[in-house]
Design a protein around this ligand. Structure first.
Ligand code: CP3
Length: 346
């Protein structure tokens, strides 16, 4: 495998310009994506590997990002477990996990990952179309985030999922989910994803103590299962609404990159955690809604302390946003971000 800026940064030995990609870079803000959505629906874009590869390539072509991300969604494991899944346009499941009878309806186990083979094909086709110096990112949802979607339908109603942490529903769900998810990660890696991101978007809905009690052991279990299938592919763990009190409890888990949201000072995080992890982040996605004339000085000021770091101090930085790019983001602001990043770290 060729070393890309992405794989070098993941191994914390990147000495050149930090690689840059955005969460949700293939999405509704982009005219390329809008054009594809006029031809086929979201599910087809995800499940037909040719469309998925075309969707993933759009932002790499148009903006010259340093990596593509598999075009898919993190809820498909819930579909193969028997929960149904529609997009209307937000995700809708046939039922929510609220009672033991709901849990009994769920399938589980490694064999279900065969139903996610379309992601492996999408990864293979995307890799084939990507230039050798571009990275390719696979992803799955974190178990807690998937549980919150299964129990409450979205993480806006996370409260409806919380009783399950103590009444056995969360534990029963994980028993069925973890092998599906570990095999899901492995099939993306085998197909050519150079890193698998675990998106734990709902992790910040609980306090650090509850997180340590209920989320960390399940992440440890998932990563142990994945490492039996794949000892080497790096893993990024992204969580939103978390901070050092959560992250410090992840010590020793076999993942290589910590993705952080926009609420943190990136230089401080690099200093405190950069010996342990590559660090991904973390510009506030809201900034990209500003007029370009306001965005430019703000980005320059944000990049300045990072420019002052030595190449050694920022060797594990993967540049991006603190969460997904917003639908109303003007394309010219994406171009501006990438142009500045290239200019300032050339
Ligand atoms: O470019 C990329 O980043 C790759 C594709 C990707 C999508 N979803 C495509 C998508 C990725 C990595 C995701 C992850 C995802 N999906 C997360 C975790 C990361 C995050 O952003 O927090 C979550 C929580 C989901 C679940 C999900 N899928 C939601 C909540 C929604 C609705 C979003 C909304 O704003 O309405 C989706 C649909 C979805 N997934 C779209 C895309 C491009 C929009 C589909 C459309 O209407 O065209």
């Amino acid at each position: 495998m060729t070393e890309t800026a992405l794989t070098a940064a993941l191994a914390r030995r990147n000495t050149g310009r930090p690689p840059v990609w955005f969460m949700r870079q293939a999405g509704r803000y982009h005219s390329h994506y809008q054009g594809l959505k006029r031809q086929v629906d979201f599910i087809t874009l995800c499940k037909d590997p040719l469309w998925a590869a075309e969707t993933a390539m759009g932002p790499v072509h148009d903006f010259n990002f340093d990596a593509a991300i598999l075009f898919s969604d993190l809820l498909f494991p819930l579909e193969v477990m028997g929960m149904g899944l529609r997009y209307d346009p937000g995700p809708k499941l046939d039922f929510h996990l609220q009672t033991p009878a709901d849990l009994a309806r769920l399938q589980g186990g490694a064999a279900l990952a065969a139903g996610l083979q379309f992601q492996a094909e999408a990864v293979t086709l995307t890799r084939r179309r990507l230039r050798a110096d571009k990275g390719l990112i696979g992803f799955v949802g974190g178990p807690f985030t998937l549980y919150v979607y299964a129990a409450a339908g979205s993480h806006e109603n996370a409260a409806a999922a919380l009783p399950g942490l103590s009444n056995g529903l969360y534990a029963g769900f994980n028993e069925k989910l973890l092998d599906v998810l570990a095999h899901n990660m492995a099939l993306q890696a085998r197909a050519g994803a150079e890193v698998v991101a675990l998106f734990d978007t709902a992790a910040g809905e609980i306090d650090a103590e509850t997180y340590g009690q209920h989320v960390v052991p399940v992440l440890a279990d998932l990563l142990a299962r994945f490492r039996k299938l794949d000892a080497l592919t790096p893993v990024t763990y992204y969580s939103r609404g978390t901070g050092p009190a959560h992250w410090d409890q992840l010590d020793g888990l076999p993942f290589q990159c910590l993705g952080i949201d926009w609420r943190h000072d990136l230089c401080e995080v690099l200093q405190r955690y950069g010996d342990r992890y590559a660090i991904q982040g973390n510009v506030d996605p809201d900034w990209l809604l500003l007029p370009a004339a306001e965005l430019e000085p703000r980005l320059r000021a944000w990049f300045a302390p990072l420019q002052r770091l030595s190449a050694q101090q920022r060797r594990g930085w993967i540049c991006g946003l603190g969460h997904g790019i917003l639908q109303k983001t003007p394309e010219e602001n994406v171009r501006l971000f990438l142009r500045l990043q290239r200019e300032l770290f050339a």
